[in-house]
Design a binder for this molecule. Structure first.
Ligand code: SF4
Ligand code: SF4
Ligand SMILES: [Zn+2]
Length: 135
């Protein structure tokens, strides 16, 4: 069965690494990766999101971007806009939800939101595919 959703898999920027194509082990071109991404919080370098461009994140000064006085900063807004437009998912909305309701409740919702209707596996945010059953 597929790996669970865990708190460590929710990145500081509000991305859920569990549903990322990199974590699921594929490229956008459809190839299987030799090394799947191990997620943001475990110090992976494959992610082109915010960590490299933000000292607070790379120094681990904050756990989630909503703790930052600049939240939501220009870079996060840009990333959020790209994800809302292309993938119908918002990091900023995720973060606001976590701030208000807590991480456990957020994860509960995420499990349902990204559950494959056929096999119960995890649907990828980037291409809406379930790599467990292939639909
Ligand atoms: S590529 Fe980025 S968003 Fe995807 S799993 Fe890795 S750290 Fe998370
Ligand atoms: S919101 Fe703050 S912590 Fe998050 S990326 Fe922007 S500047 Fe860095
Ligand atoms: Zn499935």
């Amino acid at each position: 069965m597929s790996k669970p959703f865990k708190q460590e898999l929710i990145a500081p920027c509000g991305m859920n690494c569990r549903i990322c194509i990199g974590y699921l082990g594929y490229t956008m071109g459809g190839k299987k990766r030799k090394n799947p991404c191990i997620c943001c919080r475990l110090g992976d370098k494959q992610c082109a999101f915010l960590k490299d461009g933000c000292k607070k994140l790379s120094n681990e000064e904050i756990k989630y971007c909503f703790e930052c006085e600049d939240f939501p900063c220009k870079n996060l807004k840009k990333l959020d806009k790209r994800y809302r437009t292309k993938y119908e998912m918002s990091m900023i909305e995720n973060l606001e939800y976590i701030e208000k309701n807590g991480i456990s409740k957020f994860i509960e919702n995420e499990v349902e939101r990204w559950k494959c209707p056929k096999c119960g596996g995890v649907i990828c945010v980037h291409n809406r595919k379930c790599y467990n059953c292939g639909i």
